[in-house]
Design a protein around this ligand. Structure first.
Ligand SMILES: Nc1ncnc2c1ncn2[C@@H]1O[C@H](COP(=O)(O)OP(=O)(O)OP(=O)(O)O)[C@@H](O)[C@H]1O
Length: 517
């Protein structure tokens, strides 16, 4: 079935801003340093940014400090990002994992004016921002941040008017989600592309796509296929939804106009018609992807776009190890260097019994006990051993997307590991209090997730897709915000050379994982 783009008459775009924009000035204060060492463009002087100076409203900054006492000052990338989010320019955002991109987006978006439309003489609030993310765990994580901020606001508005989550498999029926959206259109709708597209197909009016102020696509390079042979057959929901929202922008771009004035003309028209700002973010936006966005997609206004990237900050102390499964034992990759490990970093798991385990084991015994494992037993055992000997609290195992997470959980449990499927909704309650435990997810469910209490990432096999980008994102779950971490990849001898090449490209030296030969 084909869906036509929404009509984009000026009348339907009749929107008014219910709050005035804050004027933005960057203040310098040479006496303080921001959490990430900020230098100015010449790299000679410290620049201390404050959240109010970036344009965040004072009562919101108070709530931020109450909800997140450790967040004192903006990071370098947030210093550049927040003022641009508050403006109407399109943004291409790229910085290392864990630098605060997603958090900064949340802060900026919540400070944007709410969209209000005039409907039969009445002013009515509509969804202001779509925050599109690749999977529901990331949606829940963002929602959790927004919930904490909303609760800390004085007075605290109802959460549903500030943000709602639209994901598949949340337990909420699609029709109920549509009713909630119609009754209380939120400031920010955090959603996955599939769920959004399904709601749009069911009810084209409820999302009011033609009056949006901003569309954010986080981890966009992961969600949008750039090979025309593939996307022409299967565009995918992100592409479908962006094609609908930016149909008018594409039309303007294709309109005949004198070359010299075209940019100015487009910007004028865009402003008049209220075409939404597009923000694209990822730690890995490759050149071919940017070219696709600029030249082919029609989603980006190339005459009004700003590129934001962080300066190369030193990430936390993360070690990278490669274990090779030979079929006759597991050993460190040849050439791995030996580093001294401080005793407190090599904490033994306490081996306490998990009270829930027996019931779960019975269930999974029945389900999986009689069928052969899809996993290499030696590889899983290496992970189980590494976990038992090295993980003090929480580790993450990333398995290939073809592999069943619950099956991996079952097998690890039979090896004595307290394993469970990654579930960010649960994580916000358990957090660092749990453990030692091993969370299991796939590339698809771990992209962008933030668990400051995570110390280890184990990767089973070569990361899929572009291996370097895949590895960057998976490994980026640790070492966030200057914290230490350990990444251990378990590969076969045939995969070993490729894995070494990945580390070479990223200028990392493999370090011996001390529990193996
Ligand atoms: N200004 C700040 N001060 C202190 N901590 C911060 C600040 N901004 C963000 N953080 C914390 O840093 C962590 C990483 O943030 P975030 O998930 O936004 O990073 P990211 O750059 O989007 O990572 P990824 O590329 O992996 O998605 C979070 O735990 C967040 O709470």
């Amino acid at each position: 079935m084909k869906f036509l783009p929404l009509p984009t008459t000026t009348a339907t775009r009749a929107w008014i801003r219910c709050m005035s924009s804050t004027s933005l000035t960057l203040k310098k204060n040479p006496t303080k340093r921001s959490p990430i060492n900020n230098t100015n463009q010449k790299g000679t002087e410290d620049r201390c940014l404050t959240f109010p100076a970036l344009g965040l409203q004072p009562h919101f900054v108070d709530a931020l400090h109450t909800a997140f006492p450790d967040v004192l000052q903006p990071t370098e990338v947030q210093g550049k990002l927040i003022p641009e989010v508050l403006d109407r320019k399109d943004i291409l955002l790229k910085d290392v994992t864990g630098s605060g991109k997603t958090f900064g987006l949340v802060l900026g978006l919540l400070n944007k004016p709410r969209m209000v439309i005039e409907d039969e003489g009445k002013r009515r609030r509509v969804v202001t921002t779509l925050f599109i993310v690749p999977h529901r765990d990331l949606a829940h994580q963002i929602m959790h941040w927004i919930e904490l901020l909303t609760k800390a606001l004085k007075p605290s508005p109802p959460l549903s008017s500030i943000a709602q989550v639209l994901v598949r498999g949340s337990g909420l029926k699609r029709q109920d989600a549509i009713t909630a959206l119609r009754e209380t259109p939120p400031h920010v709708l955090v959603c996955t592309p599939q769920a959004l597209w399904e709601v749009y197909k069911d009810d084209k009016e409820v999302l009011q796509l033609d009056t949006l102020s901003t569309v954010v696509v986080d981890e966009m390079d992961y969600m949008v296929e750039t090979d025309p042979k593939k996307y022409k057959k299967h565009p995918g929901p992100t592409r479908d939804i962006l094609d609908v929202i930016y149909a008018r922008r594409r039309e303007l771009g294709e309109t005949e106009h004198e070359k010299e004035n075209k940019g100015e003309w487009i910007n004028e028209r865009e402003k008049e018609e209220g075409i939404p700002q597009l923000i694209v973010s990822s730690a890995t936006l490759r050149v071919h992807f940017k070219n696709h966005l600029y030249a082919k997609s029609g989603w980006l206004n190339r005459h009004n776009v700003v590129k934001i990237s962080g300066e190369k900050e030193e990430s936390g102390k993360v070690t990278h190890s490669i274990l090779v499964v030979t079929g006759n034992g597991v050993k460190n990759v040849e050439g791995a260097v030996k580093v001294e490990v401080a005793p407190e970093e090599a904490v033994m798991a306490n081996g306490e019994e998990n009270e829930e385990a027996p019931a779960a084991e019975e269930y999974y015994d029945e389900k999986y006990g009689q069928t052969p494992s899809p996993f290499d037993g030696e590889a899983l055992e290496a992970v189980a051993t590494g976990f038992a000997l090295d993980v003090p609290s929480t580790g993450l195992l990333v398995i290939p997307s073809w592999a069943p997470v619950q099956r991996a959980v079952y097998e690890l449990r039979t090896m004595g590991v307290d394993a469970e499927g990654l579930d960010m909704q649960k994580e916000k309650e358990t957090g660092e209090r749990g453990g030692p435990r091993l969370l299991v997810g796939t590339v698809a469910t771990t992209r962008g997730v933030d668990m400051p209490w995570l110390s280890h990432v184990f990767i089973l096999g070569l990361p899929e897709g572009r291996i370097v980008d895949g590895y960057t994102h998976i490994a980026g779950r640790v070492g966030r915000f200057g914290r230490p971490g350990r990444v251990v990849t378990v590969v076969t001898p045939a995969e070993c050379a490729k894995m070494l090449a990945v580390l070479r490209t990223l200028r990392k030296t493999p370090v011996r994982f001390q529990h193996f030969d």
